[in-house]
Design a protein around this ligand. Structure first.
Ligand SMILES: CC(=O)N[C@H]1[C@@H](OP(=O)(O)OP(=O)(O)OC[C@H]2O[C@@H](n3ccc(=O)[nH]c3=O)[C@H](O)[C@@H]2O)O[C@H](CO)[C@@H](O)[C@@H]1O[C@H](C)C(=O)N[C@@H](C)C(=O)N[C@H](CCC(=O)O)C(=O)O
Ligand SMILES: Nc1ncnc2c1ncn2[C@@H]1O[C@H](COP(=O)(O)OP(=O)(O)OP(=O)(O)O)[C@@H](O)[C@H]1O
Ligand SMILES: N[C@H](CCC[C@H](N)C(=O)O)C(=O)O
Ligand SMILES: [Mg+2]
Length: 487
C-alpha cells in the first residue's frame, strides 16, 4: 500500500475532490483489472475512453480516480483528482509507485523505425559479456539480468516499464537498454524516465495509420531527445536525413555516427562475406558476425554507446566481434543441398529493401532469390503496395502471403500488396494465403545455391488471425520443409 499523495507527486494536478492522504493498493488504467482499494487512471485511448468506465472502476473497489474531467456525479468516499493529461499522470504515478527506479539505472533508450531490437539486444549482450548486471526491454523479451520475461509490446505501458525497472533495482542491475517506439512516446509510456542517453537509428515509412503524417511521426521520435537532461548523451545516425533533426533542440551532449558522412563515430565496411564483415570504426578495425550495411550502422551505434558509457575500447572491440545475430534478424539455415534460407524481421519497406540489397551483395553467381513476404493486418496499409513492389522488383520470385492478418481479410491485404507490382514483374509473383504453404512452395522451387528470404515475422512464434494466435515459426517451418523435401 502507498499513500496517494506520494504517488501523485509531479503528476500535474488541476483539482482534487476528497483526501489524497489515503493508502491505495495498485494503480490501474483498465477498469476490468481494478480490485479493492486501487486507484483508477482514466485514459483517452484510440478505441474507447477510460472516462466511460469510472463508475465501473468504483463498483470494483477503486477508492481514487485520476481523470482529465470530473464525472457529473461524485461518489462519497471516493477521491477524485483532475490532471491535465491522463497518460502523463499515469507514467509519473507509475514511476513514483515503484520508487523512481530509472534514477538508479544507467538507462539508454533506442528509437527509430528499424534497428531498435538489434541495437538494444546487442548492447545488453555486450555489457553482460563485459561482466555487468544488465536489463533489457525489447520487442522480443524483457531481461532482468539473467531472468527472461515475455512481453506484448516493444515499449510496454508505463506501469509495466516501471515494474520491471523496479525488479532490475532489486536485482542490482546497473545498465538497462530499452526500445522506445513512437507509440510509446506518443502515449507517454516513457514519460518521467531518467535516461543517461538516447540513440536514433533511422526513420522510414511505418505506422502512418497511427501518426497520420511523416512529419508527425518524426516529431514524435524527436520528443525522446528534446526531453533528455543536460548531462545525458544524444547519439544520432546522420546518414539518415532526419538524424540532425533529432539533435536540434536537445539539451544533451550531442554525438553523431555515420557510414556515409563525417561524424564523431565514422564507419566503413572493408570486407563482407556471408559469415561476417570487417569494419573500420574511426581508426580501429572491428570484425562483426552481423552482415549488411544496416548492421554496420548498428555496430557503429553500439560501439559509440559503449564508448560514451565508458567501456574500454579494445575490450569493446573484442567483445563486439563475439556477438551473434539477434533471433529472427538475418537468421539463416543452409540445407543439405546448399539452399540458404534466411528469416528476417523486415516488416517495413526500408528493411525489406536493405535485406534484399544485402543478399544481392552476397550472391556470387546466378543464384535465384525467392522471397516470401506478407504485411500485417490492422497496421499501416499504405506500406503494402510499396513492399509488394520491392519484393517483386528485387527478387527472382516473390510469394505474397499472410503476416498476422489480425481482424482483416488476408486476401485483401495480399491484394493491396499486388497493386504495387509493376507490369514487368507480374510474372515473378505468386500469392498463397497460407504462410506454411507459401514457404513450402518456395522450398519446392528452390534449387541448390538458391536463397529463400522469409520476411516480416522474424522471431515471432505465432500467426494472429481474428484475435487468435496459432503457433507458427518461420525458421522451424522452413528448416523442417527443406529437410522433409530432401532439399
Ligand atoms: C494503438 C495503440 O497503441 N493502442 C494501445 C493503447 O490502447 P488504446 O488506446 O487502444 O486503448 P482503448 O482500448 O482505446 O482504451 C482506452 C482506455 O480505456 C480503458 N478501458 C477500456 C475498456 C474497458 O472496459 N475499461 C477500461 O478501463 C483501457 O484500459 C484504456 O486505458 O494503450 C494500451 C495500453 O497501454 C495498449 O495495450 C494498446 O496497444 C495495442 C494493443 C497495440 O497493438 N499497440 C501497438 C500498435 C504498439 O503499441 N506498437 C508499438 C511498436 C511499434 C513498432 O515498434 O513498430 C509498441 O511499442 O509495441
Ligand atoms: N539500422 C537498420 N537500418 C535499416 N534496417 C534495419 C536496421 N537494423 C535492422 N534492420 C532491418 O529491420 C528489421 C527489424 O530490425 P529490428 O528488429 O532491430 O528493428 P526494430 O526497430 O526493433 O523494429 P520494431 O519496430 O518492430 O521493434 C531487421 O530484421 C532488418 O531487416
Ligand atoms: N512492431 C511492429 C511489428 C510488426 C511485425 C509484423 N509481423 C506484423 O505483425 O505486422 C508492429 O506492431 O507494427
Ligand atoms: Mg523492436
Amino acid at each position: 500500500m502507498k499513500l496517494l499523495k506520494d504517488i501523485l507527486y509531479g503528476a500535474g494536478l488541476n483539482a482534487v475532490n476528497g483526501s489524497t492522504d489515503i493508502l491505495v493498493n495498485e494503480i490501474r488504467f483498465d477498469s476490468r483489472k481494478v480490485a479493492m482499494d486501487d486507484v483508477f487512471v482514466a485514459i483517452k485511448g484510440t478505441l474507447t475512453d477510460g472516462h466511460l468506465y469510472i463508475q465501473k472502476a468504483i463498483d470494483s473497489g477503486a477508492k481514487a480516480i485520476v481523470c482529465e474531467r470530473f464525472p457529473e456525479l461524485l461518489v462519497n468516499g471516493v477521491t477524485y483528482v483532475e490532471v491535465a493529461d491522463g497518460n502523463t499522470a499515469l507514467a509519473v504515478m507509475a514511476s513514483n509507485f515503484y520508487d523512481n527506479p530509472s534514477k538508479n539505472l544507467r538507462l539508454v533508450g533506442v528509437t527509430g523505425t528499424n534497428g531498435k531490437t538489434t541495437i538494444s539486444s546487442l548492447l545488453y549482450q555486450l555489457f553482460k559479456k563485459a561482466g555487468y548486471k544488465v536489463g533489457l526491454l525489447s520487442t522480443i523479451k524483457i531481461m532482468v539480468d539473467d531472468v527472461a520475461y515475455p512481453t506484448s509490446h516493444t515499449t510496454p505501458d508505463a506501469l509495466t516499464i516501471n515494474k520491471y525497472l523496479g525488479l532490475m533495482n532489486e536485482a542490482g542491475v546497473e545498465f538497462c537498454f530499452m526500445e522506445v517506439s513512437s507509440h510509446g512516446i506518443h502515449q507517454k509510456r516513457t514519460k518521467g524516465l531518467v535516461f543517461e542517453g538516447a540513440i536514433f537509428t533511422n526513420l522510414s515509412h511505418d505506422h502512418l495509420d497511427y501518426h497520420k503524417t511523416f512529419a508527425e511521426y518524426r516529431d514524435t521520435k524527436k520528443v525522446l531527445f528534446d526531453e533528455l537532461p543536460k548531462n545525458a548523451f544524444a547519439l544520432s545516425n546522420i546518414d539518415d536525413k532526419n538524424g540532425m533533426v533529432m539533435l536540434q533542440n536537445t539539451k544533451a551532449r550531442k554525438y553523431t555516427y555515420a557510414l556515409k558522412s563525417f561524424a564523431n563515430y565514422r564507419g566503413q565496411v572493408l570486407e563482407a562475406q556471408f559469415s561476417g564483415q570487417l569494419l573500420k570504426i574511426n581508426e580501429l578495425e572491428l570484425w562483426s558476425k552481423l552482415i549488411g550495411q544496416f548492421n554496420a550502422s548498428n555496430m557503429l551505434a553500439i560501439y559509440a554507446t559503449a564508448d560514451l558509457m565508458g567501456l574500454e575500447t579494445l575490450e569493446t572491440l573484442r567483445l563486439l566481434s563475439e556477438l551473434d545475430n539477434v533471433d529472427g534478424r538475418f537468421q539463416y539455415y543452409i540445407s543439405a543441398t546448399k539452399i540458404t534460407a534466411i528469416v528476417d524481421y523486415a516488416h517495413t519497406p526500408d528493411a525489406l529493401k536493405n535485406v534484399l540489397a544485402t543478399i544481392d551483395t552476397l550472391r556470387t553467381g546466378n543464384e535465384r532469390v525467392i522471397t516470401v513476404v506478407g504485411c500485417g493486418g490492422d497496421r499501416d496499409s499504405s506500406k503494402r503496395p510499396v513492399m509488394g513492389h520491392i519484393a517483386s522488383e528485387m527478387s527472382s520470385q516473390a510469394i505474397f502471403t499472410s503476416d498476422n492478418p489480425r481482424s482483416e481479410d488476408p486476401r485483401a491485404i495480399i491484394h493491396d500488396m499486388e497493386t504495387g507490382v509493376e507490369p514487368q514483374n507480374e510474372k515473378k509473383i505468386l500469392s498463397i494465403e497460407n504462410r506454411e504453404q507459401a514457404i513450402k512452395a518456395a522450398c519446392q522451387m528452390a534449387e541448390s545455391e538458391d536463397i529463400i528470404l522469409i520476411a516480416g515475422k522474424g522471431h515471432e512464434t505465432y500467426q494472429e488471425t481474428n484475435g487468435k494466435r496459432i503457433d507458427f515459426d518461420d525458421f522451424k517451418t522452413v528448416k523442417n520443409l527443406l529437410n522433409s523435401l530432401n532439399k
